[in-house]
Design a protein around this ligand. Sequence first.
Ligand SMILES: *[C@@H]1O[C@H](CO)[C@@H](O)[C@H](O)[C@H]1NC(C)=O
Ligand SMILES: *[C@@H]1O[C@H](CO)[C@@H](O)[C@H](O)[C@H]1NC(C)=O
Ligand SMILES: *[C@@H]1O[C@H](CO)[C@@H](O)[C@H](O)[C@H]1NC(C)=O
Ligand SMILES: *[C@@H]1O[C@H](CO)[C@@H](O)[C@H](O)[C@H]1NC(C)=O
Ligand SMILES: *[C@@H]1O[C@H](CO)[C@@H](O)[C@H](O)[C@H]1NC(C)=O
Length: 295
Amino acid sequence: MANILVATTVFLALIFVNLQIKSLTNITRNNNESLLPIREIFQINYLIRFKKLKFLPKIFIITPTYNRITQLADLSRFGNTLKLVPKILWIVVEDAGFKSERIGNFLNSSAIQHVHLNIKSPWDIINPPSIYKGVIQRNLALDWIRENNQSGIVYFADDDNSYDIEIFEEIRSTKLISAFPVGLVGGLYYEKPKCLNNKIVGWFAYFLPKRKFPFDMASFAVSTDLLHKYPEAKFTTNKSYELEGSLLIDLKVKANEIEPKANCCRKLLVWHSKTLAPKRKYKNQVFEQIILDNL
Ligand SMILES: *[C@@H]1O[C@H](CO)[C@@H](O)[C@H](O)[C@H]1NC(C)=O
Ligand SMILES: *[C@@H]1O[C@H](CO)[C@@H](O)[C@H](O)[C@H]1NC(C)=O
Ligand SMILES: *[C@@H]1O[C@H](CO)[C@@H](O)[C@H](O)[C@H]1NC(C)=O
Ligand SMILES: *[C@@H]1O[C@H](CO)[C@@H](O)[C@H](O)[C@H]1NC(C)=O
Ligand SMILES: *[C@@H]1O[C@H](CO)[C@@H](O)[C@H](O)[C@H]1NC(C)=O
């Protein structure tokens, strides 16, 4: 019975995709509305590809961001990835004293379901910075999820990383907490949990190896159930303490509870890539002569 239902749904979805493709032959770049069907097609293909129609909790993507010359480049690239993923809420937290119109406009025109927050890091009070970048922004997003009684899976996704969309489907089946490899991080080509018979038995990481949880921010996902169970849990603001581990310790996570994803942690689906800031050879020229809407 369930199979027939799935088959019918897939069949109807295919017909829908087909109709949408026909109506797409006339896309022009400056017609905003015609871009929406492209998203729908990708999302339907995506649902068909992952066949998890029954069980699809929402994913909360928490992205701290700060004003810099590559900010919109990074956010656009990540936004384009997220446009392919159904059932997400993108929580974008600006490190700023106000919500900038630039990022507000970017989010609104992306048509991605989002929440726009802001909180300023105290760099100007404490110098040199004694807390990690992005920490109080991520903590604010965790508070928002709790205050708004949201339920689903939380993923801390920085705007300059690179993501295979498959990572989001790996994350979606997280029960309490899951972990997976991350590329280009920790002075290695990748860091990863060591996984044997679908159990995590150790870690492949060299950067600060004494950490209780040698994790990168992008290497794990947690269920909101844990956040609600431990309402005080947050990332540390003490820079001499391990960052990712601090949340997991507050959430009372035990190493043997962590669920390995991505084929027993053999598949690399997210990379800690970095965008190079451009060298400004003609310093005074570029910004004086070009007027852009969103710079
Ligand atoms: C595209 O639009 C033009 C003008 O609206 C129309 O004449 C043409 O038949 C359309 N082409 C297709 C393939 O639908
Ligand atoms: C596209 O969207 C922008 C902002 O919402 C709007 O100002 C513009 O008129 C739209 N363009 C078209 C062709 O609809
Ligand atoms: C974005 O959309 C929201 C909801 O419609 C609106 O309140 C907000 O002012 C918009 N932001 C910008 C920068 O236009
Ligand atoms: C969340 O749940 C609590 C307790 O059930 C309730 O008091 C509060 O109003 C809810 N908040 C929202 C935003 O729904
Ligand atoms: C920060 O953490 C270190 C190491 O655990 C500890 O010795 C220190 O007292 C902490 N500092 C503050 C301000 O909490």
